[in-house]
Design a binder for this molecule. Structure first.
Ligand code: IPE
Ligand code: IPE
Ligand code: MG
Ligand code: MG
Length: 298
């Protein structure tokens, strides 16, 4: 694909960061510890892959992205909350995230739990209210609230996290690992793309194709996260590596070896690209992001 992804990502990251900054109230008093903690994690950086996928899906069908930016930001809040809780001592017990000490390290455990709760709740408040100039129709917002609630909750990400924790130290069958990855990481990525497709006014066909793209991409994203936990440079990643093996996590490299895991990610990305054959050059950002997902170094 003839498309320069780096400036595209940079532009969207800047717009998303500015919008997130405006959506989370700056602490008014020194006692506003909760706001400070929410901002610490949310504005720490992060690739913003999920909100960008949402916006790029809308672009692929030629839609105006302005009304979709608050939704994209809400998705990033749900994702950031999931990372804060994922890093807690009772979960993965990690000390670094996005190149900084994890929230429970920089603040304390109770604050990290509460800041996560508050970000998740704020996401749904933004989806419900949306007081921007380009606000979306209420019926569309209800569809998105429903779909993101499902993806983030007990039928999606949280069930995936439950399985991930419960199955530490047990050796899963490959199909069970795939199901786990589709839940813990795939579901939110699929919902992000789907939100862009729905809010962008995509046809039934376009929505189906974009969801198929996202399903393959979402799994490939977590397979690559597993691979990078083995091969990545912690300084580039902004988080520790080698931790999955220590915690006896079920991962693609652990179950099938590194070369087969890399091959699997490659095959998934080819399938994701195939789902986009019906789209014109406006889908080039999505095509380019697909390659980036498996070639990324952080
Ligand atoms: C990390 O997500 C956790 C997974 C679900 C694999 P990202 O790799 O998108 O992390 P950030 O948002 O860039 O920090
Ligand atoms: C994170 O999975 C998934 C969610 C936060 C839902 P991991 O635990 O594998 O991700 P990292 O490697 O800590 O970012
Ligand atoms: Mg985890
Ligand atoms: Mg983790």
């Amino acid at each position: 694909v003839d498309f320069d992804l780096a400036p595209y990502l940079k532009t969207w990251q800047n717009r998303i960061n500015a919008a997130l900054n405006a959506l989370v109230t700056p602490p008014g008093k020194p006692s506003h510890r909760l706001q400070e903690a929410m901002r610490y994690s949310l504005l720490a950086g992060g690739k913003r892959v999920r909100p960008i996928l949402c916006l790029a899906a809308a672009e692929a069908i030629g839609a105006d992205t302005r009304p979709i930016l608050p939704t994209a930001c809400a998705i990033e809040m749900i994702h950031t909350y999931s990372l804060i809780h994922d890093d807690l001592p009772a979960m993965d017990n990690d000390d670094f995230r996005r190149g900084m000490p994890t929230l429970h390290r920089a603040f304390d455990e109770a604050t990290a739990i509460l800041a996560g709760d508050a970000l998740l709740t704020l996401a749904f408040e933004i989806l419900a209210v949306d007081d921007s100039a380009n606000r979306l129709p209420a019926d569309q917002r209800i569809v998105i609230i429903h779909s993101l609630a499902q993806a983030a909750g007990a039928a999606g990400m949280i069930e995936g996290q439950m399985q991930d924790i419960q199955q530490e130290g047990q050796r899963l069958a490959l199909e069970d690992l795939e199901a786990l990855h589709r839940l813990k990481t795939g579901a939110l990525i699929e919902a992000a793309v789907s939100a862009g497709a729905v809010l962008g006014g995509g046809s039934e066909r376009q929505q189906v194709d974009l969801r198929s793209y996202a399903r393959h991409l979402g799994l490939a994203f977590q397979v690559t996260d597993d691979i990078l936990n083995v091969t990545g440079d912690p300084a580039v990643m902004g988080k520790a590596t080698g931790t999955d093996a220590t915690r006896q996590k079920n991962t693609y490299p652990a179950l099938m070896g590194l070369p087969a895991a890399q091959q699997r990610a490659q095959t998934l990305i080819e399938k994701a690209l195939k789902a986009l054959v019906g789209f014109d050059t406006k889908a080039n950002p999505l095509r380019s992001i697909a390659r980036y997902v498996i070639e990324r170094r952080n």
